[in-house]
Ligand binder design. Sequence first.
Ligand code: GAR
Length: 196
Amino acid sequence: MNTPPATLTLLISGSGSNLAAIINAIAHKRLNARIERVIADRDCAGKQHAFSADIPFTLIDRHLPPNEFAEALNHAISEQTNLIVLAGFLSIIPKRLIARFPKKIINLHPSLLPKYGGMGMYGKKVHQAVIKAKEQESGCTIHYVDQGIDTGEIIAQARVPVYLQDTPETLQQRIQKQEHELLIHTLITLLHPKAF
Ligand code: GAR
């Protein structure tokens, strides 16, 4: 008997390369899932991936008053969703949403947490800090979202070397390649544990 696909809600703010990786994994049947909605907190290039794949898309402006933002986000995510994936989502998740979906929200962060996480640490800022500190390795982390910022239980990490000649851009590219693979692998493990 075929297992019904797991349902995902994707939250994005940027180019959406991780969203594209998930769409691709579903298309190639690596992942038995369906993205029921993509939500962005700003106008971003990533929305094109949702449009091209005919996935319902909702824009919830991050400049809304916090209560309205929380209300809109809460309303846009259905009760049936199996997993909410923050794939480069840069707004803080409202506490009521975390309480509504315990252990059902995962975040992708571009460093080896607990290093280089927390308020203000996102995207290229993370890579700039890693290079400035002369770290020899960095990577990415997938973790459950709890009430703190980048503090939830770690699910998986991937490591990459940092080279002397790296710029934030070159380091970001190296890490993003790992992110795409780590994200798909983690989703397969969480959604279809029997596959392992
Ligand atoms: C990813 O590198 C992700 O790790 C980072 O945003 C990028 C989004 O890329 N997330 C954070 O910094 C969260 N604190 P994408 O839009 O191409 O998927």
